[in-house]
Each structure stands twice: as C-alpha cells, then as structure tokens.
Design a protein around this ligand. Structure first.
Ligand SMILES: NC(=O)c1ccc[n+]([C@@H]2O[C@H](COP(=O)([O-])OP(=O)(O)OC[C@H]3O[C@@H](n4cnc5c(N)ncnc54)[C@H](OP(=O)(O)O)[C@@H]3O)[C@@H](O)[C@H]2O)c1
Length: 260
C-alpha cells in the first residue's frame, strides 16, 4: 500500500520520508541512517531526473539494520570489515499493532521474522556503501522474535580487515559523530553510539531510552576467538531509532539540505 501511495505523493511534488520497505533498495532512493550516510541525500537529484517528479522518496532502514549499522560504521572506517554475523532478539512492537498474538509469544521465542534476515543482509551494505556501490563485506543474520515490548538486542560478530583490540574499538565508537551532530539537529542524540562497560549491559529495560531512544547502546566488546575479530552486543529502540525517530531525523537532514 505504501509503495503505490508514496510514488503518488512524490509525483505530486511532496517529499516522502518513509519507514516502509518497498523503495529502500532502489538505486536512486536514499536509504538513510544519517550519522552514517547523510551524503546519500544527493541521490534525490538522480531520482528526480530519472522519474521526472518534483517530490522525493527517502527511506529509513529496517529497525534491526538501523541499530546494527551505527556501531559498524566506526569499525568499518577505522579497521575494515571482512564479514559480520548477527543474531537478533526483537521486541513484539517491531511487528506493528496488534503485533504477534499473545498466545504465540508469551513464554516463547519465535526463530523466524518474515524477510527480516534478507533486509539486514542487504540494507546494511547499501547504508555503509557509497552512493552507487554496496560496502565490500558479507553479512549473515539470524532473526528472532522475543517476548519484550520495545527494544531490539543483537549479538554481533565482526571479522576485521586489520587487527584491533577491544580498547581501540571502544575508542572508535565513542569518538564517532555524524553530520546530524555537527549540524546540531534537534533529534540527533549527542552520541550515536554509547558504550557500556558493565559486564551485564546493555539491557533492554535499563538502556533502550538512551539518547531519547536514538542511540545504539553497545556492551560486552571482546575479542572473538573463532571469527578473528571482535564480538559485542548492541541494543536500540526499534520504534524510535529503528523507525519514527530516524524518520524525523531524516526529515531534519532534508530540511538542512533545503529539500524541505
Ligand atoms: N514497528 C517497527 O519497529 C518498525 C520499524 C521499522 C519500520 N517499520 C515499518 O513502518 C511501517 C508501519 O509499521 P507499524 O509498526 O507502525 O505498523 P502498524 O502499527 O501496523 O501501523 C500501520 C498503520 O498503517 C495504517 N494502514 C494500514 N493499511 C492501510 C491502508 N491500506 N491505507 C491507509 N492506512 C493503512 C494502519 O491504520 P489502521 O490502524 O487504521 O488500520 C496503521 O495506522 C511498516 O511499513 C513497517 O514495516 C516498523
């Protein structure tokens, strides 16, 4: 439904900032997680030329992807990445209202979320890539629905191109800021990635509202003895950073670039 309607709005001259997945992977549609790829906004020019419309469609990532890509960005820039393996534990609000039937999810974990793994595997590379080329590593995702309300938590294993250690990874994550922070956009959190040093964090109930729900909260950064790199846990609020909050931040970016 959103796919058809969004095109009609763009044709009528409106700028559409969408949470829906339909247009995300089209080459002339920006898929923005703006601390990472703010510069992809300029794809709008190509989109307008090709589609002969005055409006625009700009998309947000899938919720798990929005959360995963924030800590991957400083790692990718400073150390390079060969491959990423990620296992998600996703809240029921990710399924929209009324969500998963209570008799299916209470006292349960469901090891399947339709099309979710494919989205994480492809969108991650588009966001971390250039305007025209996806990032040059592979992603394998396993996605699971768990009985929490809000907040997706992900166990991430990263094979690095260049050797590193947990302290250097933490330093890279803590110094990471993007264009939304430099422009002081209202919805931009001060820190896109917050690192927790306690051994039992991040936790869903304690940490999902970090940065008003816009920060990715990382913990348990340690060497991985098998994959040849690091492993960590990342938590993010799926309906804020993973959906509407990111949409609002994207709209603020478009305003800063005078598309709105
Ligand atoms: N929830 C998340 O964590 C999340 C994260 C990232 C992206 N998204 C994406 O965001 C979009 C919305 O998700 P959601 O979680 O907000 O879902 P939701 O709670 O199911 O809400 C969907 C909304 O769309 C409306 N709607 C459905 N069919 C419609 C139609 N034919 N015409 C007009 N309105 C229609 C519904 O209206 P009624 O209530 O009147 O039926 C409802 O308000 C989806 O594309 C989803 O994939 C969600």
């Amino acid at each position: 439904m959103a796919g058809k309607t969004e095109k009609e709005f763009a044709k009528a001259g409106y700028v559409v900032v969408s949470n829906a997945s339909t247009h995300r992977m089209e080459p002339d549609v920006p898929l923005l997680n703006p601390e990472i790829n703010f510069n992809h906004v300029s794809l709008i020019e190509e989109q307008r030329r090709r589609r002969k419309w005055d409006g625009a469609i700009v998309t947000n990532p899938n919720c798990s992807t929005a959360i995963l890509t924030l800590p991957l960005k400083p790692i990718y820039d400073e150390f390079g990445i060969n491959r990423v393996v990620v296992s998600t534990m996703q809240a029921v609000s990710g399924a929209g209202y009324p969500g998963v039937a209570s008799l299916d999810i209470i006292d349960n974990v469901i090891p399947f979320i339709g099309k979710e793994e494919e989205k994480v595997q492809t969108e991650t590379l588009k966001i971390l890539g250039s305007h025209t080329e996806p990032a040059d590593f592979k992603v394998s995702a396993s996605c699971h629905r768990v009985a929490t309300l809000d907040g997706h938590i992900e166990a991430v294993f990263v094979e690095l191109k260049r050797n590193s250690d947990p302290d250097s990874i933490i330093a890279a994550m803590e110094s990471f800021v993007g264009e939304p922070q430099r422009l002081k956009l209202p919805t931009a959190p001060a820190k896109p990635v917050v690192v927790k040093r306690e051994e039992d964090r991040p936790q869903i109930r304690l940490d999902r509202m970090e940065g008003s729900g816009m920060s990715a909260v990382v913990g348990r950064i340690r060497k991985d003895p098998v994959i040849g790199g690091v492993k960590f846990v990342v938590l993010g609020h799926n309906t804020i950073r993973g959906a509407a909050g990111c949409g609002i931040l994207n709209a603020e970016c478009l305003k800063a670039e005078k598309y709105i």
